[in-house]
Design a binder for this molecule. Structure first.
Ligand SMILES: [Zn+2]
Length: 380
């Protein structure tokens, strides 16, 4: 008995590596193991080749160490075992901030790739980055006058192995940023808000929810499928925007299956100025009805509020609300402002009747268009 137990323990330990590095397309750190419809609360995407120590394994996740007092969870599928390594604290070196054609770039030299988390703040508008397992040897930060979106950058070593980076923006409205490694340097590209707000110069991505084998909800009396109707709303908006000579990118324009993660990869590749996702809601209680808009990042809340405000002008369309910190994959990217529109409830009879009406669909698309225009006008 004793020997068997020992052997089992030994073999179990062999399977769990001590260190991993991030790999695959779009590895992501999460705060918890929480499993609900939307998955565990996302901390953010992280680049590949970032080495972390494994603290524990929980079903399909590793609990990984970010710094001496921070940890996160990552799906095992997005990791590769690395040979045992002594992970010493990484030195952060010098930084450079400069402007390009459409972006400002911030380049932070590091002795190796370390885990990070980033987020946006409003009033004042700032991007914050927390770098883990890092000690500062940043003895200078060069900021060039070509930088137009970034007003100022600085850092504080908030814990002995955590660096908090603050990027203060010139404009109040965030317009997106990307973060990732260029070799061993962490690089942020901050998108400039256009100096003249003009919707005709923008590229707008429209995402029809579900599709193919993913049907979504179904109509309470008609049995119609959400996937077909999200596409109809998307196509209505496409028509309106094209008439205005605005460049439109459709995530899908047929009945195709697209994983939510692939919608993020698509967005990051196509780099739209705005991203709008159409869905139809459903509830276990058939009295629940109304329109709602959703954002993940607080910096994009105003965008979703402008669209909701216009949608609420539609007769008989009730308010379900404006919902934030929404843990829904297609609106996770920080690269561009995004808005999820849950037009109405397929599980409610009155809402369903409206959804089935082509005039309502045109109206919804038109109000979304007006909402985008309103939002652009209020940029500061
Ligand atoms: Zn849906």
């Amino acid at each position: 008995m004793f020997f068997i137990a020992c052997l089992q323990l030994a073999s179990a330990q062999n399977v769990i590596p001590s260190y991993i590095r991030t790999s695959g397309k779009l590895p992501q750190l999460a705060y918890s193991t929480g499993e609900d419809r939307l998955g565990s609360a996302k901390m953010g995407y992280i680049d590949t080749m970032v080495v972390m120590k494994i603290l524990d394994t929980v079903s399909n996740l590793y609990k990984v160490q970010l710094s001496s007092s921070h940890y996160a969870f990552i799906e095992k599928n997005y990791t590769q075992a690395v040979p045992d390594t002594l992970l010493s604290t990484t030195i952060c070196e010098n930084w450079r901030v400069k402007g390009g054609d459409l972006y400002d770039s911030i380049s932070i030299a590091l002795a190796g790739r370390v885990p990070y988390k980033s987020w946006m703040e409003i009033d004042p508008s700032r991007i914050k980055v927390e770098l883990y397992n890092v000690q500062s040897n940043t003895n200078w930060i060069t900021q060039l006058t070509s930088a137009k979106a970034v007003k100022n950058v600085w850092y504080e070593q908030t814990e002995s192995d955590v660096l908090l980076i603050t990027i203060e923006l010139v404009k109040q409205q965030h317009y997106g940023y990307s973060i990732g490694y260029n070799g061993r340097s962490l690089q942020l590209l901050v998108r400039r808000l256009p100096s003249i707000p003009d919707i005709r110069k923008m590229t707008i991505a429209i995402d029809a929810g579900h599709g193919g084998t993913n049907m979504g909800a179904s109509g309470v009396t008609s049995g119609v499928l959400e996937k077909n109707y999200t596409l109809l709303f998307a196509k209505e908006l496409q028509k309106i925007l094209k008439k205005q000579k605005i460049k439109v990118l459709m995530v899908r324009d047929g009945d195709t299956t697209i994983e939510n993660k692939d919608r993020v990869l698509w967005g990051q590749q196509n780099n739209p100025d705005l991203f709008i996702s159409f869905h139809l809601n459903s509830s276990g209680r058939n009295t629940v009805r109304g329109v709602s808009t959703y954002y993940k990042h607080v910096a994009y809340r105003s965008f979703t509020q402008s669209i909701l405000k216009r949608l609420l002008e539609i007769k008989n369309l009730e308010e379900f609300g404006n919902v934030g910190s929404f843990n829904f994959t297609p609106i996770q990217p920080t690269e561009y402002p995004s808005c999820l529109v849950e037009v109405a409830f397929l599980s409610n009879e009155q809402d369903e009747k409206m959804i089935l009406d082509p005039k309502f669909r045109t109206k919804v698309a038109n109000q979304v268009f007006l909402g985008i225009k309103d939002w652009i006008k209020q940029w500061k």
